[in-house]
Write a protein that binds this ligand. Structure first.
Ligand code: SF4
Length: 665
């Protein structure tokens, strides 16, 4: 594909990539006239399915949003009041440099907590790059570890397969006889820009698609011929009961189990009840999950007999207590049915990354032995510091690309925590709930105002060159530019001694799958040629003698000795169903009988672009309630309702619909 550049130098069409934590990495064509974006279009690109979604097409409105922060701001009211006044870049950067130095001198560099996150992505300008490099050269800081997103999936992938690269290219779906979308809503979350395209094509070709989800999601509606609702947090029980049926009816692939796995016997003993006296029958799971036993049996038979079958076990069900059991159970089932490493199958393997479309180089971050706090404990660490057993007392909070109050657990605790640090700096586009707690806000650029390279989210067979569509808005700077100026003020040599383009050339040169940079830039999009769908573990299955799995045993670990060695009773070495606290079986249900799940929105990426009018019209912020749950409470469609528990409350609108599981009367 050639880049389109109009011969009239005042107007041009720029090829770039939409770059958010949305599950996609789509192709944008930005129409620019006299330095202003006039509209945003999209295209298929060299492989089909790279067309942008409404969020990507709304990026002009994001760039020129009236409430975009247009100059540095300093706090004038109470912290959190949202009262700021404009200040100059000169004064803002001087203040930030002074505060950084003060915190370091007074308390040590680890008193500074860097909270950089996925609101700002990309290999040169995105998170884990500019800020990390700065603080590594500054003398360190404290930062975060873990994930709020796919930690259970990640753990499961590593324990079961020894790698996070457990995914396939989306064209693989065209070869499946059955696709089970488990807790997966790709219309909203994409999981690869071309995934929907291939799922739709598979459906058209007659591939059976089943959706397992408490909600009849927009994806279930568009793609699935069967919807199986289950109680949230009980997914592992459903999968284990399917394993029971497959064992009981002798439908599993013995040869695959013997050749490629370890620990099946221990899993079998648990499933059939030899370990604990409880056979994990469909009737056992019916009680727990709310899915009728007959439905479970049929689902198990379908999965075991329609081969190849792709069980796509997505991340949402793993975001519960004991979520890794769900992921490990799904992979065990994929192994039992021999659906791993074959075209049309799927490892059901947690993370699902693909080792394609990843640059060989990104902005280098020197080794820095920073103390870390798990991402779910950040508020606690800020509130308690060393007295709570954390590595440091946090005195300065530096936030880049992160609306943590909105994204992380327990907002009320977060509000209390954000009162604690002596100083808070935020890089932002908008005055988010988190930015309201800043002492200084530094306005940043959007991806359309800078150059970079688009790498597919989670991996995929292409790269997109991201041309700068327009110059940065007058007072906006990229995260990298901000840290470059701070480095020069503080006296950190060598932080950024290259132009943005020189960095990109280095990244391209370090990437065997990519063209020479100038050719790539001219082409705009580079497709990595593949002669068949990329399928994780094809080599391990086809040639096990030369390609062991990267696990300690060299096989798929249904039983993990590594987990056993952890001696943590909450993480058994074989996948098991363990009832989640505050789950559908918790006695707390007498007090709080309705369970809440919070699906990803279709009109936003997490909380980004909440106020973009064009997207607001597509947003569905109502709380869905089954009529059987709503009517006994006197709740009608459109009523304002209060959702609350011991941790907080919110008011929203009720949508009374059969498209959500009936929970409890
Ligand atoms: S799916 Fe993501 S990358 Fe693609 S256009 Fe939408 S927001 Fe942008």
């Amino acid at each position: 594909m050639k880049k389109v550049v109009n011969s009239d130098s005042r107007s041009k069409v720029v090829t770039t990539s939409c770059y958010y934590d949305c599950g996609g990495r789509c192709l944008l064509k930005v129409y620019v006239d006299e330095g202003k974006i006039t509209r945003i279009g999209t295209a298929e690109g060299p492989l089909p399915g790279l067309k942008a979604c409404p969020r990507g097409l709304a990026q002009k409105e994001v760039v020129y949003a009236e409430d975009r922060i247009r100059q540095p701001l300093k706090r004038v009211g109470q912290r959190g009041s949202g009262k700021f006044e404009p200040t100059s870049w000169e004064e803002a950067l001087d203040t930030v440099a002074r505060e950084l130095q003060r915190a370091k001198d007074q308390y040590g560099a680890t008193s500074i907590f860097l909270m950089d996150y996925s609101g700002s992505r990309s290999p040169l300008h995105g998170f884990l790059k500019a800020g990390r490099r700065f603080f590594a050269l500054f003398g360190g800081c404290t930062t975060w570890c873990g994930l709020v997103s796919d930690e259970a999936a990640h753990f499961s992938s590593l324990a079961t397969f020894g790698t996070v690269f457990t995914g396939n290219t989306a064209d693989n779906f065209l070869h499946s006889k059955l696709i089970i979308m488990w807790g997966w809503n790709p219309v909203a979350t994409r999981f690869g820009s071309d995934t929907l395209y291939h799922l739709a094509k598979a459906k058209k070709a007659g591939v059976r698609i089943i959706c397992v989800d408490p909600r009849y999601s927009i994806s279930a509606k568009a793609l699935a011929e069967q919807w199986i609702p289950l109680k949230s947090g009980t997914d592992a029980a459903l999968l284990i009961a399917m394993a029971y049926v497959i064992i009981d009816e002798n439908l599993y692939e013995r040869r695959f189990i013997e050749n490629y796995t370890v620990g099946f016997k221990k899993f079998r003993d648990y499933v059939v009840g030899e370990e604990d006296g409880i056979p994990k029958t469909p009737e056992w799971a019916d009680d727990i999950t709310g899915v009728p036993a007959e439905t479970i049996k049929q689902l198990a038979r379908d999965y075991a007999s329609l081969k190849p079958a792709a069980l796509y076990a997505s991340w949402a069900p793993g975001r519960t207590a004991f979520g890794e059991q769900y992921h490990r159970a799904a992979s065990a089932l994929a192994a039992m049915t021999g659906n791993i490493g074959i075209t049309g199958g799927n490892a059901a393997g947690g993370t699902g990354h693909i080792p394609l479309g990843n640059l060989g180089g990104t902005l280098p971050v020197p080794e820095s032995p920073n103390p870390v706090v798990h991402i779910t404990n950040i508020y606690d660490a800020v509130l308690k510091g060393k007295s709570g057993g954390y590595p440091t007392d946090i005195k300065l909070l530096y936030i880049v690309g992160c609306n943590m109050l909105n994204q992380f657990l327990n907002t009320n605790k977060g509000v209390a925590a954000l009162q604690v640090p002596e100083f808070i700096i935020v890089h932002e586009l908008f005055l988010t709930p988190t930015a309201r707690f800043a002492d200084i806000i530094l306005p940043v650029t959007t991806t359309l105002e800078r150059i970079d390279i688009g790498q597919p989210w989670g991996g995929g067979p292409y790269f997109i060159h991201m041309d700068r569509a327009i110059e940065p808005l007058p007072q906006a700077k990229s995260d990298l530019a901000i840290f470059t100026e701070l480095a020069s003020r503080i006296g950190i040599p060598g932080y950024n001694d290259k132009s943005d383009e020189a960095w990109l050339k280095e990244f391209a040169a370090a990437t065997p799958d990519l063209l020479e940079y100038e050719v790539f830039k001219l082409k705009g999009v580079h497709r990595i040629p593949l002669d068949q769908p990329w399928v994780a573990f094809r080599e391990q299955i086809e040639d096990p003698a030369h390609h062991p799995f990267p696990t300690p045993s060299g096989k798929i670990e249904i039983y993990s000795q590594k987990i056993a060695d952890m001696q943590n009773h909450m993480i058994p070495p074989i996948p098991k169903y363990i009832e989640a606290w505050e789950g559908p079986g918790d006695p707390l249900l007498d007090k709080y009988p309705i369970q809440l799940i919070s699906p990803h929105p279709r009109a936003r990426v997490h909380s980004q672009w909440h106020k973009i009018l064009r997207l607001e019209k597509l947003a569905d912020d109502a709380v869905w309630l089954n009529p059987g749950d709503a009517h006994p409470r006197g709740i009608a469609n459109g009523d304002k309702v209060k959702i609350y528990n011991a941790r907080g409350q919110l008011i929203t609108t009720a949508r009374v619909t059969e498209h959500i599981l009936l929970l409890r009367l």
